[in-house]
Design a protein around this ligand. Sequence first.
Ligand SMILES: [Zn+2]
Length: 367
Amino acid sequence: MSDPYTLTYPYDAPPANGTIQEVAPGVYWLQMPLPMSLKYINLYLLEDDDGWTVIDTGIRGDETRELWQTIADDCLQGKPITRIVCTHMHPDHTGQAGYLFETWRAPLYMSFREYYQARNMFTMMSGPNWQMTEYFQRTGLTFDFQGRIQNRKSDFQPQQQDRPIPPSFIRLTDGDTFRASGQDWQILTGSGHSPEHVCLYSPDLRILISGDQILPIITSNVSVFPSEPEGNPMVGWLASHERFKQLLPNDILVLPAHNLPFYGVQERLQQLIDHHEDRMLIIEENCVEPSTAVDLLPHLFNRKLEDHTRFMAVGECIAHIHCLMGRGRLERILDNEVYHYRSIDPSLLKRAHPKGHKPLADTPEVT
Ligand SMILES: [Zn+2]
């Protein structure tokens, strides 16, 4: 059977560190390394006569900062960076925003919710509290999550040489037009992976800069976090995909933040919808007898989950569970301080996995 989700990739590999590659008139692609399993992030530059707009900035630390210096020296033709756009709050996208903001006196453009969530990130990681402890207890996790959270806190704390997120920003809102590289870019926002993720779409260039909202190979993490324990991000994620399917023609080139640029946005959006619906079906099937979130993990992730990935996988599992609860398909029972989930009407269950479905490469990471 042919794979109904076939994508095509016009480039075999990303540009080498410290170099840029033109992918359309005035639109350039570069990569920066990442310490986690993702290995690198794609960033983009939009060129105008008076300077450059940076789309996403890379993770904090000396290596990326030095690469930015190389890019400025070798690739920017003596023109300044005039604007910084961060698609969303995650540290691999915002990590160098403060450095670029101060070095170039360039304003930061973000959506309202992403900006304040980025500023709030260190507060959210500021250590265990009763509510966070309760959240993890109720998932069924038994490892030393409090110690783990403390370790993660140190991962996220800015080092002395890192500059914090800039103290001001210019708001991007869905429906705005952002003029760059001689083109009108439409601002499209989505939610689920982060609260108000910005994508930039040029109908004339037939290009979408998608950030983490649409990735071609890995799946973006969609999680419930202890900072919003009753959150339901999967509803927004699926709704965003349906909306983007309505808005985007299939012949556009998608420039994602991870993996390679690709064609086939309609296939990919449908594949991601099918993937999450499939995950939810698996959860329902395994909750005919009450199950905890931790009990469900081996059914959702076919690889060993340790430490941070286990922590993120639980959040992703609960995102699917809360979506099912909202649909009236699962009920939640608190038993001995742990939540158990039970299918409300197992007679409705039938195997309906999409044709040609293959498990996707889940990546429970903060991308
Ligand atoms: Zn992300």
